[in-house]
Write a protein that binds this ligand. Structure first.
Ligand code: ZN
Ligand code: ZN
Length: 138
């Protein structure tokens, strides 16, 4: 399938020739700041299936020393994607256009969510990362 996305001002557009997977919402304190919201909501993409359609020159990258970070439109501020080693790795669900055929499958880092946030029931919640420990009792 082909999935499209764009920023708030419409200058930056991308397409995905494939599928999104592992959609999740992260409630950690860093995501709250980076997304100016109660949580981030994003899905993972195969970097080989992602391409910019327009406005790539408007992208600004904010990255940590380990090379992972975010790319956003310098004109309107929409956060479009997360990058790992300079490659697009995660797509913010808010900037997708149309029906991307994914639904949020989990809430992560719920243990550090804002005190004012109430997460609706019905989707699995994890106190920390997306892979719960399966090693049993400690
Ligand atoms: Zn924009
Ligand atoms: Zn987070």
């Amino acid at each position: 399938m082909t999935i499209g996305g764009s920023c708030f001002c419409g200058a930056v557009k991308y397409r995905i020739d494939g599928k999104l997977h592992d959609a999740r919402s992260c409630h950690c304190s860093m995501c709250r700041k980076a997304f100016s919201a109660q949580a981030s909501a994003y899905a993972l993409v195969d970097p080989g299936e992602f391409s910019w359609v327009s406005g790539e020159q408007l992208l600004t990258t904010y990255a940590a020393e380990n090379g992972s970070g975010l790319q956003f439109c310098s004109r309107c501020g929409s956060t479009l994607c997360g990058i790992v080693d300079g490659k697009v790795h995660g797509i913010t669900l808010g900037c997708l256009d149309g029906d991307p055929e994914v639904t949020l499958g989990m809430h992560i880092f719920v243990g550090s969510k804002a005190r004012w946030e109430k997460i609706p029931d019905g989707v699995p919640q994890h106190d920390a990362g997306p892979t719960p420990k399966v090693t049993g009792n400690e």
